[in-house]
Design a protein around this ligand. Structure first.
Ligand SMILES: Nc1ncnc2c1ncn2[C@@H]1O[C@H](COP(=O)(O)OP(=O)(O)O)[C@@H](O)[C@H]1O
Ligand SMILES: [Mg+2]
Length: 342
């Protein structure tokens, strides 16, 4: 790729990447994957000085940034990328995705490729109503989805949940029409056909033209606070086909996590799409598809393997300590930086 106005702050050959949200499981997994690539300098950022992933990279490559919701978050991120000579940015925090994607051109202008889906893909996945509308049709199993207060001719029970939510917050089962009518009208909530069966997460990697290169289904065997702490990869043509078709329909480039859940008849239908690297990425990497590394090669225009097979593998997880000199803990940002929220 072309580097334009970088000051050569880091003398190492190869490329420099910045991983945001280094305290989250997705950030940690990307940092660890890319630290294993010989010619890559990994920088890590987070808004929290105690974010563990910061301390997986050498001192001098750890950066505290504004909260993703701060109005000048992207200005600061652009300045950080420019000052440290970043070639590729991996945003991993939900609230950062749209603000960063809106200004992708400004990142490109300073030689930074952003390894996250397009603004159009983000807008049609972060909103579960728009996602259902985009994917509905005879060729994709999409549960019926309406805005709350629009229709009552359902087979009950139904699911009611926020259009834009995460971590299962606000999801509930509504038993009958009277209970649904009692909820009134609210365009920020959706009503959805209940999918009573098994649930799967499929990690999908698509190239910059939207061609799906790999789809790795996982089942989450144990979830703790929304994070999968035990799981397994599954070879299943139907899950791979459906997730691939969903990714194509939303125009996915780079990486997303497509969640499917079985209907009573066993068909795997679309639950939602998280348009970012998932926290459970280490399992997909260990199963044979190192999506952070492949994604990096892809945005750098390097050749990718012709096929990306994976194997069936299970995992359990544990907490791990990073020990450091107390003096290494980054000083907090000035309070005005942190409180300066929109
Ligand atoms: N239509 C549905 N049928 C059955 N369960 C659902 C449905 N929608 C959501 N759920 C349950 O709620 C959880 C969270 O819903 P999801 O759509 O994944 O939103 P998010 O993870 O963003 O909160 C799912 O993992 C599933 O257990
Ligand atoms: Mg979900």
């Amino acid at each position: 790729m072309t580097r334009t106005e970088h000051s050569p702050a880091t003398p190492e050959p190869g490329c420099t990447v910045l991983v945001t949200g280094a305290g989250g499981p997705a950030g940690v997994s990307i940092v660890r994957s890319l630290l294993a690539v010989p010619d890559v300098t990994v920088l890590a950022s987070d808004m929290d000085a105690f974010a563990s992933g910061l301390y997986l990279v050498p001192a001098g490559r750890r950066h505290l940034v504004r909260p993703g919701l701060a109005p000048d978050f992207v200005d600061h991120l652009l300045a950080l990328c420019r000052d440290t000579g970043v070639d590729v940015l991996f945003p991993t925090v939900d609230v950062e995705l749209v603000p960063v994607a809106r200004r992708r051109d400004e990142f490109a202008a300073i030689g930074v490729a952003v390894a996250s889906p397009s603004l159009d893909t983000l807008e049609h996945t972060l909103d579960k109503y728009l996602l259902a509308q985009r994917c509905a049709g005879p060729d994709l199993p999409v549960p019926r989805t309406e805005l709350l207060g629009v229709a009552y001719d359902w087979e009950y029970p139904v699911i009611v949940k926020p259009r834009s939510g995460s971590g299962s917050r606000g999801v509930h089962l509504v038993e009958d029409e009277a209970a649904l009518r009692a909820l009134g009208t609210d365009a920020s909530q959706i009503v959805q056909e209940n999918l009573p069966g098994e649930e799967y997460s499929v990690d999908v990697l698509a190239d910059l033209d939207g061609r799906v290169l790999a789809a790795v289904p996982r089942s989450r065997l144990r979830v703790d606070s929304g994070v999968s702490v035990a799981g397994r990869t599954i070879k299943d043509d139907e899950l791979q086909r459906t997730a691939t078709a969903v990714a194509a329909r939303v125009g996915l480039t780079t990486v997303a996590n497509v969640q499917l859940r079985r209907r009573a008849d066993g068909t795997a239908a679309l639950l939602e799409v998280n348009p970012r690297f998932p926290g459970a990425m280490p399992l997909t990497i260990a199963a044979g598809v190192d999506m952070p590394r492949l994604c990096l090669d892809m945005v750098l225009g390097r050749p990718l393997p012709a096929s990306l097979p994976f194997r069936e593998l299970a995992n359990v997880r544990y907490l791990e300590d990073v020990f450091l000199d107390p003096a290494e803990i980054l000083p907090d940002l000035a309070p005005s930086d942190v409180l300066d929220l929109a």
